[in-house]
Design a protein around this ligand. Structure first.
Ligand SMILES: [Cu+2]
Length: 476
């Protein structure tokens, strides 16, 4: 029985071949995943429409050769009169997709392999993988359940309204028979006043204690000026909080206490100068102190920096960020919007020698305890650079340079320990509604130790390798 002897060997060979093939496939899908996340997630997800259509099963709808052409330059394909491309463009309100001529055919194929793998993966994992960390969509089962609960609540609500209506009709009849109101609404409302303020204050306190832990405020600031900022925030919160609680209690307590009983009459008097003087002067003084303190803090945060402070440019576009580190010379090369193109996405001036050692990245690295001077620039519309953990935010406006500086004081590793969360990362968010995929516009920020920062910096390619202060080079 030769065949039985051969069987294990054949099985082994088959298993090896299979794992080799699937290994190759996995590798290219893995590469595709990285490329997809870096270039496409600002506009696409696998299962949901974002700016562009959901890409699930796109490998079934379109030929691979077509996809390669489309992804390289969809506008060119549309201009060539390709019927499918023209139709697709129309269906999406002629919103143009970015061209990716810098991606090779193989890279594009690996992205398609990734999309294919995700399309075939079970819905839940595909959905999770397709979104950037932090916004995991609810699974489909969860949706069904919550929508049926919503319908049930709506039904109960409608029934309740019907019941209440009948109660009122019955009460009306009773009043008619007795010749006097069945319910003293003044008393009911007076008690409701008390209930409202007590329940409201308890709920508010609970909210502060339970959900206050989830705010950025909770873990403390990660920048030098953040201490001053948080302190100011706390003082404002305490002062306004005390005033709020006192005035609300008084408001509702007097509403309860002086309910109309038909006998007592309110005391009217036109004015009281002393009282008005106090309630104008006290808030005015308190607010002036708070505002002046704010102005002082603001002027610290935006003060001019030392000349040798590290320079980083933050570049915003729909829908993503780039950071440009100034390189060894600590000088950012000039920029020129006319040079914004496929290769030179940031429009760095190729004639400026200072630009040659600049480093463009889509993950901002900072060195702990080292001040950084940020210059902000927008390509298209107004964005806002929001660094919540560093208590910093600045508008990013096309054609209008903005700046500020801050000093990070806690490394990513330290913050991970502090928060007891090994996945924690600092983040830069866009805080201005700038278009359809605004909510996906974010960049990872890493605060390194001095050694790690230098190591990272050295590992990054400079803009124009091997060139020094010589002739200008063409990057386009
Ligand atoms: Cu934006």
């Amino acid at each position: 029985m030769k065949i039985f002897k051969l069987l294990p060997k054949t099985a082994l060979v088959m298993a090896l071949t299979f794992s080799l093939i699937s290994g190759l496939f996995a590798q290219s899908a893995e590469e595709g995943k990285t490329l997809f996340q870096a270039n496409c997630t600002s506009c696409h997800a696998i299962n949901d429409k974002v700016v562009g259509p959901a890409l699930k099963d796109v490998h079934k709808r379109r030929e691979e050769a077509w996809l390669v052409k489309w992804i390289k330059n969809s506008q060119k394909l549309i201009a060539s009169g390709d019927a499918v491309a023209v139709q697709l463009y129309k269906e999406n309100n002629e919103s143009p997709m970015t061209a990716f001529e810098n991606l090779s055919d193989n890279q594009i194929k690996s992205i398609i392999a990734y999309v294919k793998a995700e399309s075939e993966a079970p819905a839940a994992t595909a959905a999770v993988a397709a979104t950037t960390p932090g916004n995991v969509p609810p699974s489909e089962d969860g949706n069904d359940l919550s929508s049926s609960i919503n319908w049930l609540l709506l039904l109960i609500g409608v029934l309740l309204l019907g019941v209440i209506r009948y109660v009122f009709i019955i009460l009306g009849r009773i009043s008619d028979i007795q010749g006097k109101p069945a319910i003293n609404w003044n008393s009911v409302n007076a008690v409701l006043m008390l209930v409202f303020v007590v329940v409201g204050l308890i709920a508010g306190t609970w909210e502060f204690i339970v959900h206050g832990k989830l705010t950025y405020f909770n873990e403390g600031p990660a920048s030098a000026h953040g201490v001053e900022y948080d302190n100011m925030f706390m003082i404002t919160l305490i002062i306004t909080g005390i005033v709020f609680i006192i005035t609300q209690i008084l408001l509702f307590w007097y509403g309860f206490k002086y309910k109309s009983d038909g006998k007592r009459k309110a005391l009217y008097y036109a004015d009281n100068h002393k009282l008005e003087l106090w309630w104008t002067a006290v808030p005015a003084v308190v607010l002036t102190v708070l505002v002046i303190r704010g102005l002082i803090t603001w002027s610290h945060m935006t003060a001019k920096t030392e000349p040798n402070t590290r320079n980083v440019e933050i570049f915003a576009y729909q829908f993503g960020w780039n950071a440009r580190h100034a390189g060894a010379d600590n000088k950012l090369g000039k920029h020129d919007f006319r040079q914004v193109g496929k290769v030179n996405a940031l429009g760095v001036d190729t004639a400026d020698v200072n630009a040659y050692d600049d480093i463009i990245v889509n993950e901002l690295h900072l060195e702990v305890n080292e001040p950084v001077e940020f210059a902000f620039r927008a390509k298209d519309v107004i964005h806002s650079a929001y660094f919540p953990h560093f208590r910093a935010q600045m508008n990013v406006v096309p054609g209008l340079p903005t700046r500020f500086h801050f000093t990070p004081t806690v490394t990513t590793a330290e913050m991970r320990t502090k928060k007891n969360d090994s996945n924690f990362d600092y983040i830069l968010l866009c805080n201005k509604i700038c278009g359809g995929a605004h909510y996906r516009m974010k960049m990872k920020v890493v605060v390194d130790t001095k050694e790690d920062y230098q190591k990272w910096l050295k590992s990054q390619p400079v803009l124009v390798a091997g060139k020094s202060a010589n002739a200008p080079v063409a990057m386009n």
